[in-house]
Design a protein around this ligand. Structure first.
Ligand code: DGJ
Length: 761
């Protein structure tokens, strides 16, 4: 809801209010973003000033009550007394001074259609604030879209130039001046194979910059972040969340000034940004997404999850259950042939999987990552009959067919490069810098975009492709700023032209794993490959960080072979499943190498996941505070729930542990059942001697042979409890202590896990 009274504007969602007013000098003054308030509260909530500080620069010499530096603003500018970080920097004849004053407003029903960049859709109303520069021929529009149910407000800005060409050096999507004390920031950092680890820092005077300069949103620093009160935890307290619908270089800053105003800005990265804005043209920022909760981080995450599912995700796959897939990459790499692929598909089908994905290596000269990118002709020595016949045989098995592409990159050793070297992006006069042996295609060129659109569309249409994995394996280098803005615009154009007319295609984007996990990509691809790291213990941090801002339906998560190729860590198959089940489940290993026992375990996993798929992919997600060495997560639809407890390492003589479940009806009675699975018998080593009726060599070939087909069933746990007892936490059965064995004992194991299903009785 949007209310306006005496130049005061109130944007209400179900549980939050955003309040600002136009002040006596016509500046939009920020007043409040937090819990629900009345429009009449504006005066009480506003910043008070009756006298100037020692070094104040007054906006009007005659008025010492008014200084921009001490006012929370809706959009900061430089040159008239505000020394906080400016939201916009535009150079005209060497001057950077800007002073945008209120002109008028309008309220638009529903979405504001602005061409150029992807954005959220389906909002209730949009407020547009029209501002004019005091003396320069510039106009600024600030947009506020309101999503009441999700407790989200989005913001973006458009600058219009009515005069001669100006140079735009910075333009943020949003600026929010918070007047709260004792704040802590939380942001996602990492790199290839270790994306989205949550880092929290106390906010102290000075500026914290969260940014990317790799051409893309990047694994180094995801664009999403939150600011919470020091005393806020997963389930209590105030927290503000921010994200950007943007795939390029981003910049966010959190600056605490000397008088306690915490200015938060987010937008495209303005380092090296120099954008010539011609007469009569405009510049549009990406959309910033803001949310607030006074019920802690889990609740903030739930706002973002619902918002993404409802207002970002497109295509037929919006809210549709995603198929369990088998991907060829970790199992085969570049080394495969058609027979091997069909065998993999047929084993996957027998285990219940639904989608076969042929990863890298199927085209042109691509037998390693040295060559071939840019080409689309199938390698018929590896795949006689080409993709069409492979796709047909996969479909005939009753599976969907998917394929990998990396259209934004080109190898110099490729037919395309030989024909069109000008398609590659190389800085003139310099030796090219390569990443994973590849160059980027120049997506600012129309002919390059047309080439990609034509080839990927043809690949999909001619070969009955149901799923595309769109990869991107290098950073931009040496070319950024305004060029990056144009490049990303080119990328969006290509994605729009390929995928919007083909909503049936399940599009999973990827960039060396999660190097481009952002809302811009999610406007086109309903899911994103979260990380090349498939070790479930590493994934705990990766997926936990992601879960702060992105729903499970957006996260590709796979079970791979152990020891894991990324860490050499050995992990139980059950844990690999339990962690991957908290996203869009896939398998990525050579199924031909599995023992019969592993195959039967996987068949059970897939069936279990499919039975509860809506819960895993679309349920409300809860993180629990880390307990000793456990990580616990829950998904629930309010009627039933699934919970996962993963142990990082085992300790002798462990103390009791509990299972906590939230979001169910406190009055109702639930049954809690642990997931049936088997431990491999080699986990018990020489202790088997005590359990077996006859003496055998426990390291010998007999036990190894038996272990291929038979495991030791994990303790079956069954409990009954009310929703309120579950909210308190119920005590679980004993863990193995080393003093004996019986079928009730839970076997912990390093990296072991338990999964529970909680259903109404
Ligand atoms: C990087 C991706 O993240 C992997 O999943 C795989 O597709 C490889 N590229 C293929 O080259």
């Amino acid at each position: 809801m949007i209310s306006v009274k005496d130049r005061t504007f109130l944007l209400d969602t179900e549980n939050t209010s955003y309040l600002f007013r136009i002040d006596k000098y016509n500046h939009p003054e920020h007043i409040h973003y937090g819990n629900r308030v009345r429009i009449e509260d504006a005066e009480a909530l506003a910043y008070k000033h009756f006298i100037s500080y020692g070094t104040t620069v007054l906006y009007d010499e005659k008025d010492e009550t008014y200084c921009l530096d001490h006012l929370p603003m809706e959009y900061g500018t430089y040159g008239r007394g505000d020394f906080k970080t400016p939201s916009i920097e535009c150079e005209i004849d060497g001057s950077y001074t800007l002073d945008f004053l209120y002109d008028s407003y309008e309220i638009i029903e529903g979405d504001m259609k602005i061409d150029g960049l992807p954005s959220s859709y389906g909002c209730e109303k949009t407020l547009v604030l029209h501002l004019k520069e005091a003396v320069k021929p510039l106009r600024l529009d600030l947009f506020y879209a309101v999503y009441p149910k999700e407790d989200v407000i989005t913001r973006r800005a458009v600058l219009y130039n009515d005069g001669e060409e100006v140079i735009l050096h910075k333009m943020m999507s949003c600026c929010l001046d918070l007047t709260e004390k004792e704040l802590v920031s939380g942001s996602l950092h990492g790199a290839w194979d270790k994306e989205t680890h949550l880092e929290e820092r106390e906010i102290v005077p000075g500026t914290l910059v969260l940014s990317s300069r790799t051409g893309f949103s990047s694994a180094k620093n995801n664009p999403a972040f939150f600011i919470r009160r020091k005393d806020t935890d997963e389930d209590h307290g105030k927290v503000w969340g921010f994200n950007l619908v943007w795939t390029g270089e981003h910049h966010s800053s959190i600056s605490l000034d000397e008088y306690g105003i915490c200015r938060v800005e987010t937008g495209i990265n303005h380092e090296r940004f120099s954008y010539p804005l011609k007469k009569g043209t405009s510049f549009l920022t990406p959309e910033a997404v803001l949310s607030y909760s006074d019920k802690g981080l889990n609740n903030l995450s739930s706002h973002f999850h619902h918002f993404i599912r409802e207002h970002i995700t497109r295509s037929d796959w919006k809210k549709k259950e995603r198929p369990v897939l088998i991907n060829s990459w970790e199992g085969f790499g570049f080394d495969f042939n058609k027979d091997g692929l069909l065998k993999l598909a047929s084993s996957a089908k027998k285990l219940g999987m639904e989608l076969f994905v042929l990863d890298d290596g199927w085209f042109g000269r691509r037998n390693s990552d040295l060559r071939g990118l840019g080409d689309y002709d199938p390698n018929t020595r590896k795949i006689p009959g080409g993709i069409k016949s492979l796709s047909k045989e996969i479909h005939d098995m009753g599976m969907l067919f998917g394929i990998w592409v990396e259209p934004e990159a080109i190898n110099t050793d490729s037919a395309l490069y030989e024909a069109h070297p000008e398609y590659a992006l190389v800085e003139e006069g310099r030796k090219p810098v390569l990443g994973r042996h590849e160059l980027l295609m120049d997506l600012t060129r129309q002919d390059v975009r047309d080439y990609i659109v034509e080839n990927v569309s043809k690949l999909i249409d001619d070969n009955h492709v149901d799923y595309i994995k769109w990869d991107m394996n290098r950073h931009h280098c040496g070319i950024s700023g305004a060029y990056d803005y144009e490049y990303i615009g080119g990328l969006y154009d290509v994605l729009e032209r390929i995928f919007t007319p083909r909503p049936h295609v399940l599009f999973e984007s990827c960039a060396s794993g999660g190097n481009r996990f952002d809302l811009g990509m999610l406007c086109y691809s309903p899911q994103i490959w979260s990380s090349d790291d498939t070790d479930p213990i590493e994934r705990l941090d990766i997926q936990k960080g992601l879960s702060c801002f992105y729903p499970q339906s957006a996260m590709g998560a796979h079970v791979s072979a152990s020891p894991h190729s990324q860490t050499l860590r050995k992990t139980p198959l059950e844990t690999r499943f339990a962690v991957a089940a908290l996203g869009c489940l896939g398998y990525e290993l050579d199924l031909g190498r599995l023992t019969p026992l592993e195959k039967s375990e996987i068949a059970h996993q897939v069936a279990y996941y499919k039975e509860n798929r809506a819960l895993f992919q679309y349920g409300d997600f809860y993180r629990f505070p880390k307990e000793e060495d456990y990580e616990c997560f829950e998904v629930t639809d309010g009627k039933k729930a699934a919970a996962v407890k993963v142990r990082r390492s085992v300790h002798a003589a462990p103390i009791f542990d509990k299972l906590l479940i939230k979001g169910l009806d406190p009055e109702k009675i639930y049954s809690i059942t642990s997931r049936d699975h088997n431990h491999t018998i080699d986990s018990f080593g020489h202790l088997l001697q005590h359990a077996l009726p006859v003496k055998v060599n426990t390291d010998g070939s007999l036990i190894k042979a038996v272990g291929r087909i038979k495991g030791l069933s994990a303790a079956k746990q069954e409990y009954t409890a009310s929703g309120s007892a579950l909210e308190n936490g119920i005590l679980l059965d004993n863990l193995f202590l080393g003093t004996g064995y019986n079928e009730h004992l839970r076997i912990p194991l390093d990296y072991g896990s338990d999964m529970y299903l909680i259903k109404e009785k």
